[in-house]
Design a protein around this ligand. Structure first.
Ligand SMILES: [Zn+2]
Length: 294
């Protein structure tokens, strides 16, 4: 069970660390993009937060979106209705929404330094070129600088000094392998994303950590691995994959990977096509109605 709840395989030598473009597997076709988005969508089950268990927004718990689930999408303000289960779920990138709801981004270093690792900016720029080609990083991401998180308990970082109720936190030296996304530093536990009834993920509600490099410094993420990890946040699905260990045994891991994204390549043209299709179709679009341009 624990394995099924972790994002595993990110940055492993066998897949994510490869940077050779087209590494095998499925060909890039419209059908590939459609079925992959269908799988991501189908896996993005929405947990409704019961009103009597909503966190008290007036105290320090305001930034802890537990949502009574481990990994997945949590309905925000469920009284207004919840996201369509089978529709496309993504962040909003409309100019009007971004003016009030861009995605907060913070840097954090365990040693208290104010270093801003350039791999994170690289990853932000690459993702933005795909989902908002004519934009610039500041259109989607609200870069807030260093996060004032004085001490980090393994399961519950103290977010009470931060000015938002969620966002993305970049951290170096806190990955289990080359890189991962998780609920905290040194954790591969899948984070929760908050989602509204329009199938829009709320970037300023709920926290996700992007961890690069292991603490020993023996597993260092390449730029492409940084893009891969950042893209996990935008795919917002935690679908399962079945792997073969080469010895006749198969096992299931909830890692959200697909051909071109963690399988046969870290992040290649197939991942790019899937991400672009997700952000050029309206949130809520069903698999059958996706307009796909390769
Ligand atoms: Zn991954």
């Amino acid at each position: 069970m624990a394995m099924a709840l972790s994002i595993s395989g990110c940055g492993s030598d066998s897949d994510s660390n490869r940077n050779d473009g087209y590494g095998g597997g499925a060909k890039l076709t419209e059908q590939f993009v459609r079925s992959t988005i269908g799988d991501i969508t189908a896996s993005s089950s929405v947990t409704v937060q019961e009103s009597d268990t909503l966190p008290d927004m007036t105290n320090e718990n305001a930034n802890y979106w537990d949502c009574n689930s481990i990994g997945g999408l949590c309905a925000y303000e469920p009284s207004n209705g919840v996201a369509q289960e089978d529709g496309l779920k993504r962040y909003s990138i409309s100019a009007d929404d971004l003016a009030i709801n861009s995605i907060p981004v913070y840097y954090w270093n365990e040693d208290g330094s104010d270093r801003k690792d350039p791999r994170f900016m690289y990853a932000m720029e690459q993702i933005q070129k795909i989902i908002l080609p004519k934009g610039k990083v500041s259109d989607i991401f609200d870069i807030r600088g260093m996060a004032d998180i004085p001490t980090v308990e393994f399961w519950s970082p103290d977010y009470s000094n931060l000015p938002t109720e969620g966002g993305i936190i970049f951290s170096v030296g806190t990955a289990g392998n080359h890189g991962n996304v998780g609920v905290a530093p040194h954790s591969q536990q899948i984070y929760n994303s908050m989602i509204d009834h329009n199938n829009i993920i709320l970037g300023d509600k709920g926290w996700v950590w992007l961890n690069l490099d292991n603490p020993e410094g023996t597993k260092i993420a390449s730029n492409e691995v940084a893009v891969h990890e950042f893209a996990h946040i935008f795919f917002a699905g935690h679908m399962e994959n079945r792997y073969d260990d080469g010895k006749g045994n198969s096992y299931t891991v909830t890692d959200g990977h697909f051909d071109g994204f963690g399988i046969h390549g870290a992040f290649d043209e197939r991942a790019e096509a899937v991400l672009r299709a997700m952000y050029t179709n309206p949130a809520g679009t069903t698999k059958e109605n996706l307009v796909i341009q390769l």
